[in-house]
Design a protein around this ligand. Structure first.
Ligand code: IVH
Length: 680
């Protein structure tokens, strides 16, 4: 009897869910509501009441599990099998020399003539990753945050430069082909739509919900690299570029194979001179170590490969006048002076702000309000003031008086003493290190929702400021308790955009520990350090306990985390407001513990430390070998250390300490034996 009753209840419930789904679909995806709001709300209430009363009910489409229907403008999110990284920039010879020096050090090489580079124009477009299985185009993703992209397969399919079936020989079983989607300048000029530049037009077109609209804009595609691959037997980049051509892709005609910095610079100047003749925007040249095994050895630092760099083209310059100097307060309290200038067009972009970097820079260049200045803008780098035209300076002009108090909260400011350089910082900072300084708090919120942190779509910088002004948010946790009824009535907002925002916030509540640590904005803890801490602490509980127990010893062992970072973390946990924020975020977020190292290398669960000079291999590469084989590097001799590897002239103190603790001390050759490596 009871069973039968339950069946009936379930039936009723599912009927309601079906209707609810229909309303959602019409409202969110077709923007065409079927019923009045109150009818919709009542239905939702009825469903929720039923669920409360009969806990055995809960459909995956329930309103208690879904904040809104998946908004139509959001594409499906897909994780890249191999992350899409970014590149470090070089602006001059010195940067290139440093880049090459680091490579030589890592590889323990002395002669640079052994290094060969694939030099490829850097197209200023939108990158995409195309997955091919047995030569068939299966799925296309946007870059997204580099880890997770959007499924834009349909739109990419409209691009004729993207082969649907690969031709020729040696087609790997699976491969992600990566390249740039762009619009040619001549095509851009013919477009009716109002986009500021070809790059924006390409981006807008790729993100159209309707592929038919994408089709109307003549997008092009040039391929240049790959991500994941299976059965790809190619040993260098130039060979790979040839393959791409054979398979039916377009590659850049200006790609070159070059040795030596002098020749890189010659090629750079030649291409820069030709830049205007080329029918698409290029903002520099990418240099990649040509040899794949060498690329492999070099690996990555943070988000960029050690084996590649983008050599930017020189900047565009213009003359303008400083109308005012404003002081911006950053997330970490840094006071950054910004020159408001008479708007001027620099290389196709209207510029009205230029950074003056810091207090010392203003003093050094004696920059004043009213000055006529030369402004420089290079690619995506913030415009800055190069020099002042003193001849044009008015007699009445006065030296700029840099504020001694924070313009936002009035607190005193300081220039910190840097123990390493033994100099005072060039940057002046507000001493209010928390949420009590309005500008710092706003910047902290912007950081919290930014692309690299929570990555909440639809909650950009301007919206954060707007919500702040309307007193909707003060602390990060407020984002999870927004008053959507109020937001719905703000100008520019409507039901659909509110639903989209709700959806985006909900979607991001599930967060990895490393992203969480990064997002709370501890000074000196960037993405890379957050990853290191997360890998060591493993659980969010361990992270929260740092503050509770006032015990930071665990961090001492992390290779890459030093005194500066540890002191900053200590300061962070000493601040009561920070503790409260953490407490609240814990309630609102679902923080994923670090996944156990899934790789089963031979050094799994073993810890290593090096002392003394190694032979034939650099310290950096030795460390990277440990990590590639699932081992861990630690930076102190302690009970946690399994092996101390000694090279030439080791630090006696470390060796003795290890002996006392009965830690295994091994030579370089014994270490290499563990890895089954004979020699270098
Ligand atoms: S290689 C790890 N090659 O530049 C290697 N990138 O700042 C990264 N780009 O997101 C990519 N032309 O959108 C590579 N010939 C080229 C490129 C290129 C343009 C873009 C690409 C990437 C960005 C890196």
């Amino acid at each position: 009897m009871i069973k039968k009753n339950n069946l009936k209840i379930k039936e009723d419930y599912l009927k309601k869910i079906q209707i609810y789904k229909k309303y959602n679909e019409a409202y969110f995806n077709k923007s065409n509501p079927l019923v009045d709001d109150n009818v919709y709300d009542n239905l939702k209430k009825e469903i929720l009441i039923l669920e409360k009363k009969y806990p055995f009910l809960k459909d995956k489409e329930s309103p208690s599990l879904n904040v809104g229907f998946k908004p139509s403008k959001n594409f499906k999110k897909v994780k890249h099998k191999v992350p899409m990284l970014s590149l470090n920039n070089a602006f001059n010879r010195e940067d290139l020399v440093n880049f090459e020096k680091k490579i030589l050090n890592f590889l323990n090489l002395e002669r640079s003539d052994l290094l060969e580079y694939s030099a490829e124009p850097k197209i200023d477009g939108i990158s995409a990753s195309l997955f091919y299985k047995k030569g068939n185009f299966i799925q296309g993703l946007s870059r997204g945050d580099g880890v997770e992209g959007e499924d834009i397969t349909e739109n990419l399919s409209t691009i004729t430069d993207i082969p649907k079936i690969l031709k020729g020989k040696n087609i790997p079983e699976e491969i992600d082909i990566r390249g740039e989607v762009f619009i040619q300048n001549t095509d851009f000029k013919k477009l009716n739509e109002k986009f500021a530049n070809p790059r924006n037009a390409a981006s807008g077109s790729l993100r159209q919900k309707d592929p038919e609209k994408t089709k109307k804009i003549p997008l092009k595609f040039i391929a240049y690299t790959f991500g994941f691959s299976k059965n790809l037997n190619i040993s260098n980049q130039s060979q790979f570029l040839k393959m791409l051509k054979n398979w039916g892709f377009k590659v850049n005609n200006y790609n070159r194979l070059i040795k030596g910095i002098d020749n890189l610079i010659k090629n750079h100047s030649a291409l820069e001179a030709k830049r205007k003749e080329i029918d698409f925007d290029i903002d520099g040249i990418v240099y990649k170590i040509n040899d794949f095994p060498v690329q492999q050895r070099l690996g990555f630092v943070a988000n960029a490969p050690r084996w590649a760099i983008a050599h930017k083209f020189s900047a565009n310059k213009s003359i303008s006048e400083i109308i005012n100097i404003e002081i911006q307060v950053g997330r970490t309290g840094a006071l950054t002076p910004v020159a408001k200038i008479k708007p001027v067009n620099i290389g196709g972009v209207l510029v009205s702000n230029a950074t003056l970097h810091n207090e010392d820079e203003i003093k050094r260049k004696d920059i004043r309000i009213g000055d006529v200045v030369i402004i420089e803008r290079a690619g995506d780098v913030i415009p800055h003031v190069i020099s002042v035209d003193l001849k044009k300076r008015k007699k009445s002009s006065k030296k700029f008086d840099f504020p001694k108090n924070c313009p936002s909260c009035g607190s005193s400011t300081i220039k910190e003493f840097n123990k390493i350089t033994k100099k005072f910082d060039a940057v002046r900072r507000c001493t209010n290190d928390g949420y009590d300084c309005e500008k710092i708090a706003i910047e902290k919120l912007k950081h919290f929702v930014s692309k690299e942190a929570l990555n909440i779509e639809g909650l950009g910088k301007k919206i954060v400021e707007n919500f702040w002004n309307l007193k909707l948010i003060r602390y990060p946790q407020d984002i999870f308790n927004l008053d959507f009824d109020k937001i719905k009535n703000i100008e520019g907002w409507g039901k659909l955009s509110v639903a989209n925002l709700k959806f985006s916030i909900e979607e991001k509540k599930n967060i990895s520990l490393s992203k969480f640590i990064y997002s709370i904005g501890i000074r000196h803890i960037g993405q890379e350090n957050a990853k290191l801490i997360s890998k060591t602490l493993k659980t969010s509980q361990n992270f929260f306990n740092l503050g509770k127990n006032n015990n930071f010893d665990e961090l001492l062992n992390i290779d890459g985390i030093g005194d500066t970072q540890i002191n900053s973390i200590k300061d962070f946990f000493l601040n009561k407001k920070n503790l409260l924020v953490l407490e609240k975020l814990k309630e609102n977020l679902s923080i994923q513990n670090e996944k156990e190292n899934s790789k089963n290398g031979i050094l799994k669960e073993k810890t290593f430390m090096f002392t003394g000079k190694l032979e034939g291999i650099s310290r950096a590469e030795a460390k990277s070998l440990v990590e590639k084989n699932s081992g861990k590097i630690i930076s102190n001799v302690s009970q946690k250390l399994d092996f101390l590897i000694i090279g030439e002239k080791p630090t006696v103190k470390k060796v003795n300490h290890a002996k006392n603790l009965r830690i295994k001390i091994i030579s370089q050759s014994e270490f290499l034996k563990m890895l089954d490596i004979k020699d270098f």
